[in-house]
Design a protein around this ligand. Sequence first.
Ligand code: CMC
Length: 439
Amino acid sequence: MSDSVTLKWGDKTFELPLIEGTEGEKAIDISKLRQTTGLVTMDPGFANTGSCQSAITFMDGEKGILRYRGYPIEQLAEHSTFREVAYLLIHGKLPTAKEITRFSVLLNDHSLVHEDMRTFFESFPRQSHPMGILSSMVNALKSFYPYLEGAEEEIESTVTRLISKVRTLAAMSYKISRGHLVVYPRPDLSYCENFLNMMFDSPVRPYEIDPDIVQALSVFLILHADHEQNCSTSAVRVVGSGRVNLYAAISAGIAALWGPLHGGANQKVIEMLTDIANGRMTVKEAVHRAKDKEDPFRLMGFGHRVYKTYDPRTRIMKKMYDKLLNKLRIKDPLLNIAAELEEIALKDPYFIDYHLYPNVDFYSGMVLRTIGIPTSMFTVMFAIGRLPGWIAQWKESMDDPNWRISRPRQVYTGSALRDYVPMEDRGGEHKTIPLRQSA
Ligand code: CMC
């Protein structure tokens, strides 16, 4: 097969090279398109645009495949830990025993946050969303921990500092929002154990660490750890392309993740299911509304830009959720509603024709609820999970010899050239405004 594509425009033809990935996916290289043809491409939402070559995550949306650094998500969820997956994504290989020990020591060493940062928490209005707080706090880390640009060991400590401190900041924000004492990280606990302990331990009710809950949290974080060039990861890469510091790039990623069409969907799913449980809407009405093009309502936790089949993460999440409910002997009133919604939607021609399947967010909120995480913190949990992916993608972009500042083109559709019109010639009523206006 030809390794180029021919573009025909008028009586001219142009050869555009093809790029092929390791799994056989092909892309037309248009990097010289404007230079040679004067044309740009138009692709709203970048649905057909590859922004980079990446060796981190492979997805096949048609077959429902997800792999980190070549390893299937199913194997990582079953055998690995979040800490190990974070190492794998960032360093490109599974760690040796010595490497994971060193990584754990660094995570422990960096787990405290500067005490002065606590005053920031107290300055946010009580009802502030934790994602807004987290994004601000991560950006503020740069002021507390300035690092030497480019020095390898500094990058390593910035990376571990971020992974460790984001977890501490998230738990701290929860405790402060409830008016409770902040619980500090402990060196004898693992990454996930520490988070749960910082969230739920209290002087009057010591938190008992349950290995099944720790495992559920670890799997939740593993399933969210990377998902190639999604909205928030692209935000991290675009913002990072201006060579801004890592904290600022991650802060932008957190802001992007907050959106209800992206990471914020996990919170919206539970709100939707709760509305059904409280009788504000029936399952049938939800499905009906989702199909009505006049209604902006969408079935939250359904659909995906890449997956046109069942999201592999959803299957793992659901299995783990069932296991957790069995273990804890809990009956979740939302479970039957979710199951009914899924069953009806999967048989409905609208959802079949549009290839809309439950995505990771459909069951992730149910898992988080079961382990005691409040709904407002759901998207923060997604952010903790996605952090290693963002860092790995940022690192890859920094090392990419072909990297340039992200700067898309546009097709201008505004007014043609026109002359400035003085105020008195613009028509309308002339009023004298008594107050002094600034220029
Ligand atoms: N309910 C009803 N209709 C839907 C849904 C849905 N959940 N998702 C897509 N559609 C329809 C949409 O109305 C559109 O119809 P039409 O072409 O007639 O206008 C068509 O499907 C294509 O939708 P789109 O918005 O162009 O698709 P997209 O690939 O740009 O968007 C999505 C993907 C995830 C934003 C979208 O499916 C959605 O809004 N889902 C609900 C929110 C959600 O669950 N988000 C979490 C995504 S997974 C976690 C993550 O990675 O962030």
